[in-house]
Design a protein around this ligand. Structure first.
Ligand code: ADP
Ligand code: MG
Length: 621
């Protein structure tokens, strides 16, 4: 606890002006948090100076040495000492803080570094016939001296924080500081695809080890960006992402976003930029989550590199010393742009599942991954399947979706589906082909014109029910089915209170629940599309979902999460035998339904193997 603050009898405090060195150290506390932040500032300066190639060397995780070399327009000898003084910048004149087109504008980075490390700047200004250098250590500046350098600027920062040991103690291991450095470089490299970057760890004193390298890209902006993203985020991202290009009231959204089937276990691959500036902004990350909430379960995260551009006046970048956060004048508009722009693009990708899925499948089959290539044979219906078929008596199951009776008289065998040759080839022309067999009571094997498709019928059906429910709800045409005997559910007082708040919303998609006295409720109607379901289990699931959902989510987001839960209940479980027409109906339905390439949890609903891939498996090519 704090001591009483009275200093009775002592002298009055004296207010004094801090000297520059102290003021710079304080500023450094905010701007230069760790080696990676110094590197960010230096690379941004190089980009602001129109550099086309930037080299970054570091040693000891950036703690002992940072060196950034660029081929930009340089600094004139007589300006070098000014570059080191606080609030001195060539980028703004101070009259308009809302019209900023450069990374830098605060004039704080170099003086801050000079206050907490040993800083040397060597530069040759464009058109100058010689280079010059200046150094500063612990706030003490040495006079400008002539130096040798053909072009551009080299900034060297040694022994960062040697003057502030307290800060030094907060730094992490060399390894994690190095990782933070690589992350900063990658972010900036994404924002500047036409600039070449090289990152080297020179801790060993010699040539160093190249940690990251991206050559300048060419072509139009989307081509250049795509090439750059391939070198940073990898081939898989490049092949499994969709181009984003949307506009709303003077704000544009461009970039690439992953298909839901190519998702990550953490939000590590989410890169967002505002007017070219890498930001980590809560508003933007929240909007991203909202855009994908339909396709991904909450523990999966999309990979994206997205760029928002707007007039500089419409966004304030001066709300964070390291400029990592921004404030939009119209946050609602930006959120809407992100959500609708992404959803639109993902819908356009239709039922495309990611190639990683097929690759993974092939990997599993490939002779090199298993010493003996498995002999792959289509299953004939097992005894278990025949038994299950005879047992299957669930009328109305899924009828609204695929339009089949749900009753199976005959177990399915390949012969059941042998259609007329002409009809079959017509069906094969469809993207998901003609159903040929069902195996293990859950997988539909279909033949396409140039390959085969394997569908997870449970996952696919779940997605179809969900999309159907959603569109019915949008059109207010959800059909409810009255239960002959209402199902009475006894709830805990807290669950009862929670459910009461949502009764009206739930009735919108056909789940009609009434109070039944005390903390009991009666379920009177259920969504017709689901067929016969266990209402108690569904209500329990909805309660779980309501408990999980944060208060901040919009009603629409909430409803969609609940719908996704509800859809699971109506889905064809695995173990359900299907007839030929049913399977084909399911395939056609999938083709017609947006987002049917993945289930509500982001898992793929089908994989496709091209004939060429299959031939490769058998060493035929
Ligand atoms: P800011 O970038 O906010 O202007 P800095 O302290 O980072 O402030 O840099 C001060 C000034 O030094 C810049 O405005 C710029 O004129 C000059 N400068 C810094 N780095 C470079 C560079 N690599 N090439 C050319 N000029 C530079
Ligand atoms: Mg700067």
């Amino acid at each position: 606890m704090n001591q009483p603050r009275h200093n009775i009898g002592q002298e009055l405090p004296v207010i004094r002006q801090l000297d520059d060195a102290a003021a710079n150290r304080i500023a450094a506390g905010e701007v230069i948090e760790r080696p990676a932040s110094a590197i960010k500032e230096l690379v941004e300066n190089a980009i602001d100076a129109d550099a086309t190639r930037i080299e970054v060397d570091y040693a000891g995780g950036g703690k002992t040495l940072i060196r950034v070399t660029d081929d930009g327009y340089g600094i004139a000898a007589d300006q070098l000492s000014l570059a080191l003084s606080r609030h001195a910048t060539s980028k703004i004149d101070g009259s308009d803080l809302l019209n900023i087109h450069t990374f830098g504008f605060r004039g704080e980075a170099l003086p801050s570094m000079g206050a907490v490390g040993r800083l040397t700047i060597t530069s040759r200004a464009r058109g100058a016939d010689a280079a010059a250098m200046i150094s500063v250590s612990g706030g003490e500046t040495a006079p400008v001296r002539p130096a040798a350098l053909a072009k551009g600027t080299v900034v060297e920062l040694r022994d960062l924080f040697h003057a502030t040991p307290a800060r030094l103690k907060f730094l992490r291991t060399d390894r994690s500081e190095s990782m933070a450095i690589a992350d900063v470089i990658k972010r900036l490299a994404m924002a500047e695809p036409y600039v070449g970057f090289t990152l080297r760890d020179v801790s060993d004193g010699g040539q160093g080890r190249v940690v990251f390298r991206a050559d300048p890209c060419s072509g139009d902006l989307f081509d250049a960006l795509h090439a750059r993203l391939r070198s940073i985020l990898g081939k898989e991202f490049a092949e499994n992402s969709v181009l984003i290009d949307a506009e709303r009231e003077g704000h544009t959204l461009t970039g690439y976003a992953s298909l839901p089937t190519y998702s990550r276990g953490a939000s590590v691959a989410q890169y967002m930029f505002v007017n070219g500036r890498p930001v980590r902004d809560k508003l933007l990350l929240g909007a991203l989550r909202g855009a994908y909430s339909d396709f991904l379960s909450r523990d999966r995260h999309p990979a994206v590199a997205l760029f928002i551009e707007c007039e500089p006046e419409r966004v304030d970048v001066n709300v964070h010393p390291a400029k990592a956060e921004v404030r939009f004048r119209d946050p609602g508009l930006v959120r809407g742009l992100l959500v609708s722009g992404l959803r639109h693009a993902l819908a356009g990708a239709g039922h495309r599942a990611s190639t990683t899925v097929a690759d993974a499948t092939l990997g599993a089959f490939c002779p090199q991954s298993t010493p003996h290539a498995p002999v792959y044979q289509m299953d004939r219906p097992s005894q278990r399947a025949i038994h299950a078929a005879n047992q299957f008596q669930q009328p109305g199951f899924g009828e609204a979706v695929v339009g089949y009776s749900g009753r199976v008289e005959q177990p399915v065998g390949v012969s059941d589906i042998e259609l007329g040759a002409e009809e079959a080839s017509l069906t094969e022309a469809n993207p998901l082909g003609a159903a040929r067999a069902q195996v293990h009571e859950n997988y539909i094997i279909a033949q396409t014109q140039d390959g085969i498709v394997i569908v997870d019928q449970h996952a696919a059906h779940e997605r179809l029910v969900y999309e159907q429910l959603k569109s019915q709800m949008a059109e207010n045409t959800v059909r409810a089915q009255a239960l002959l005997i209402p199902e009475i559910i006894e709830l805990s007082p807290s669950d009862h209170a929670l459910l009461s708040t949502s009764i009206e919303e739930l009735s919108r998609f056909g789940l009609v629940i009434e109070d039944f006295g005390g903390t009991a409720v009666a379920v009177r109607e259920t969504p017709a599309i689901l067929g016969e379901i266990n209402a108690t289990k569904m209500v329990q699931d909805i309660l779980d979902e309501l408990t999980d959902l944060s208060q901040t989510q919009t009603v629409k987001d909430k409803l969609e999460e609940i719908l996704s839960r509800v859809a699971c209940h109506g889905s064809i479980r695995s173990g359900r035998i299907m007839r030929g027409e049913e399977m084909n109906a399911l395939l056609r339905q999938m083709e017609a339904t947006p987002h049917s390439g993945q289930c509500n949890h982001g898992r793929p609903t089908y994989v496709e193997l091209k004939l060429a891939d299959i031939e490769r498996l058998f060493g035929r090519t």
